[in-house]
Design a protein around this ligand. Structure first.
Ligand code: HEM
Ligand code: NAG
Length: 494
């Protein structure tokens, strides 16, 4: 062996060692991520999940890898958090780190990172603060706002009476009323129930929610990079979403033309005023695109969530008439039949309160939570999660955490009652999520659920046109949202 060959051999050996070392290092760094199923190139762990039921797919993988694991949904790498401990320790105890918003392609197709819901950093902070302040300025959380909800409930009761005890599908009856409550803030007025434009908007919102919960919607969330360039069932939904955007743009234009900065009429006006105030600030987040998208976020968020919860709730009461009966008794006892309910009644009505909590727990509106991301390299449970990694706080796994609920899969108001029939709080009740980005519509939503449900049950009794035993209370779709099957009901005057 001459010297040159020996030198070459040594060099090759050294290089190989270095390569092995660096690969090992890389693998070691990867193993600092929570464990999870081995991904295939491009499709990731697609073969291990059922896109028609992501929630249960994620729960199955948890059995093997524990409550904190990593999954690859197509090209997305996501850390999944299951159960109360993991979700709380991340979202609350490390609120700053887990306070980012991940990518939600089905919605981001429209929002493109603008608006309060799908933004990050300074933008999210500014828009969130503005939205919360503005809702409060319009009375949300105050006494006066109860009246606004009750006024709308009055119209809802009228349309229930108009059904004359005949079977009807409650979907739009409920969403019209719920939507009008948030409309009074975003647009300064309510819509007539038969207004065609209004019904178009409500349909667009429901369909978007539905699409996001179908198998296609889940696939779109994984492969939006390609699917956004291909035709598919998303086109129909997206076209309707554009209609929603056009509607808001029209409203903004009209508001602009009649704006009186000293007398803002609605959310849009307040935003326009803020835009004027920050005109000189080149870094201002208060510009047209954020105005449009934030208004859609609040209008959308304030519509479908509460109305789907009510629709699911009424279905559960149709299934369990004995539970409904106990609410009627409590209403009779605490409120009577001659005066309208108010929020002071709630602490005196532990059973009704427990049923409403149980409806939210059982119906589990957003089963896998709204995707978050970590805002910096994050240490969690002994793992290192790199900045920007997406996170699913699986809310359904908290609402059904067997450590906190005796019979997680059963609809049972006892989950929120103590032995004396008094209301019992449960810290694992987090349908609105927790931490930096928790739902700031929570207070409004809970007021609406209580006032609308008690007002309805003070006036009518629900009756199912089919035998309660045959009612299917499992969800029709489980994806971004969990949605109940459509059904018919009768409202019998008391
Ligand atoms: C039953 C009713 C509702 C449920 C179950 C619900 C649930 C949620 C959940 C789980 C999130 C994600 C929070 C997170 O990432 O931690 C959220 C965010 C949000 N919700 Fe709600 N929500 C409801 C009602 C409302 C209402 C009435 C409004 C109207 C004001 C609203 C507006 C929003 C907005 C704007 C966000 C985005 C917040 C952010 O990204 O910072 N929601 N909601
Ligand atoms: C996927 O989930 C849906 C809805 O739960 C179910 O009907 C279907 O059979 C499941 N598919 C597979 C392959 O497990």
């Amino acid at each position: 062996m001459d010297l040159l060959t020996a030198a070459a051999l040594i060099l090759v050996t050294c290089l190989s060692c270095l390569t092995v070392l660096s690969t090992w290092r890389q693998m070691h760094r990867k193993s600092q991520m929570p464990p999870g199923p081995t991904p295939l190139p491009f499709i990731g762990n697609l073969l291990q999940v059922n896109t028609s039921d992501m929630y249960h797919s994620l729960m199955k993988i948890r059995e093997k890898y524990g409550p904190v694991y990593t999954i690859h949904l197509g090209p997305r790498r996501v850390v999944v958090l299951c159960g109360y401990d993991a979700v709380k320790e991340a979202l609350v105890d490390q609120a700053e780190e887990f306070g980012g918003r991940g990518e939600l392609a089905v919605f981001n197709w429209l929002f493109r990172g603008y608006g309060v819901f799908l933004s990050n950093g300074e933008r999210a902070k500014q828009l969130r603060r503005f939205s919360i302040t503005t809702l409060r300025n319009f009375g949300v959380g105050k006494r006066s706002f109860e009246e606004q909800i009750l006024e709308e409930t009055h119209f809802l009761l009228e349309s229930l009476r108009a059904t004359k005890s005949e079977p009807f599908d409650p979907t739009f009856v409920l969403s019209r009323s719920v939507s009008n409550i948030i409309s009074s803030i975003t647009f300064g007025n309510r819509f007539e129930y038969e207004d065609h434009e209004f019904l178009f908007l409500l349909r667009a919102i429901l369909e978007t929610f539905e699409f996001a919960s179908t198998s296609w919607g889940q696939l779109y969330d994984m492969f939006s990079g390609i699917m956004q360039h291909l035709p598919g069932p998303q086109d129909k939904t997206f076209k309707k979403l554009l209609g929603l955007k056009e509607f808001i743009m029209k409203k903004v234009k009209a508001n602009k033309e009649t704006l009186d900065p000293n007398n803002p009429r609605d959310f849009i006006d307040c935003f326009l005023v803020k835009m004027q105030q920050e005109e000189e600030n080149p870094n201002s987040e208060f510009f047209l695109e954020n105005l449009i998208m934030t208004t859609i976020n609040v209008f959308f968020g304030g519509t479908e969530t509460v109305s789907t919860t009510l629709r699911y709730g009424i279905l559960l009461l149709l299934k369990y008439p004995e539970i409904e009966e106990k609410i009627h008794k409590e209403i009779e006892h605490v409120i009577g039949l001659n005066r309208i309910p108010n929020m002071d009644d709630r602490p005196l009505m532990p059973y009704t309160d427990a049923v409403i909590h149980e409806i939210q727990r059982f119906s589990d509106l957003v089963p896998t939570g709204v995707v978050r991301c970590v805002t910096r390299d994050t240490q969690f449970w002994g793992y290192t999660i790199p900045k920007g990694t997406e996170v699913f706080p699986v809310l359904g796994s908290v609402l059904r955490d067997p450590k906190h609920f005796a019979r997680p899969d059963v609809f049972d108001p006892q989950h929120f009652l103590d032995d004396n029939g008094q209301f019992r709080k449960n810290k694992a009740f987090i349908p609105f999520s927790v931490g930096k980005r928790y739902c700031f519509g929570e207070h409004l939503a809970r007021m609406e659920l209580f006032l609308i449900l008690t007002s309805i049950l003070q006036n009518v009794r629900f009756k199912s046109p089919i035998p309660p035993e045959t009612i299917n209370i499992s969800p029709m779709l489980v994806g971004f949202a969990a949605l109940p099957h459509f059904y018919e009901m009768c409202a019998i005057p008391l």
